[in-house]
Design a protein around this ligand. Sequence first.
Ligand SMILES: NC(=O)c1ccc[n+]([C@@H]2O[C@H](COP(=O)([O-])OP(=O)(O)OC[C@H]3O[C@@H](n4cnc5c(N)ncnc54)[C@H](O)[C@@H]3O)[C@@H](O)[C@H]2O)c1
Length: 346
Amino acid sequence: MKIKWGVIGCGGIAYRRTIPGMMLSENSELVAVMDTNFEAAQKTKDEFGAKYAFSTVEEVLALDEIDAVYIATPVFCHKEQAMLAAKAKKHILLEKPMGLSVAESKEIADFCKAEGVKLGVGLMMRFSAYHQKMREMIQSGALGEIVSMRGQLTCWYPEIPGNWRQNKATSGGGALMDMGIHCIDLLQYISGTKAKTVSCFAQNQTFGYSADDSAALLMKMDNGATAFVDANFNIPDAAARARLEFYGTKGSILAEGTISQVETGTIALTLSDDSIGYDAQQNREIDGASNVEVVTGNMYEKEISSFANAILNDTEPEIPAEDGLFVQTIVEQAYLASEDGIYKNI
Ligand SMILES: NC(=O)c1ccc[n+]([C@@H]2O[C@H](COP(=O)([O-])OP(=O)(O)OC[C@H]3O[C@@H](n4cnc5c(N)ncnc54)[C@H](O)[C@@H]3O)[C@@H](O)[C@H]2O)c1
């Protein structure tokens, strides 16, 4: 059996990544696409062979044959559309961040629960084979106790008049909300820890828009480790490294380029024999790290198939609303910490 999908919002991520992923999914079928820009909906219908193209959400939701919707609209549209979909008893895969604020996201989650529909969140970076591999290695104890972590995601995002993502009122936040949220989620997911306390600098250093173009977040995790997230809209794409770093009492994992919309990058693993005592001379050579190989796939296909499975088997979505709410709480507290200079408990 296949889950029949309606897609709400046929812009960048839906057209370029998620619908192509849906096409590869064995338990999913694209039925309807919708965009307020009807040309975008029509183009998406033609490209991917959907049955219907619409310009209103109501038309999608009126289709009895649709089981689930994927919402990939600007963040300020999420709440209204998710609540309409829940009211129409459609299961919802909602792009990150879930809403403009934690309060809004919680309203969405509570409403979906009350209406008895499943709500999953588009933190699809978790499905990358590289991230799964790092999680497996770290949670099996290969690095010993994790003591320090870093996640970095950057891009070049110059001012575009009228752009929803650059306006805090329509996006909820900039570099930290849009990209840092993936890093925070991955650090927690891969290490199996959760943030307890956060501190942050979020600012506009380069561009004149209201959403932050650069942010540095410091977290204290529940196992005592510290973690750093840096997210920037003001670093050229050619200079981007997209680093994920995990350091433990027995070694490190350094990944580069894995925080990406395609499963790519490298993972370097360094393990140290913990019988070696403290070297008072600190005459160290950096050991050659070994590269870790993985079998890659398409994380959007895995994201869609996973949510469809949750519907078919009536199980909790792999990335449930609670996880989306938790990372958004960290981001929101980080912005507050940046404003008043005081660290915040989560
Ligand atoms: N998980 C990821 O890899 C990833 C990557 C990029 C974006 N996103 C998220 O996906 C969402 C969309 O981002 P994007 O980059 O695709 O944005 P985008 O601006 O490229 O596309 C948004 C689309 O929504 C349409 N739209 C605007 N208002 C609408 C409405 N009221 N109803 C229906 N359609 C409407 C626009 O015409 C446009 O086609 C955001 O929540 C963003 O954070 C996730």
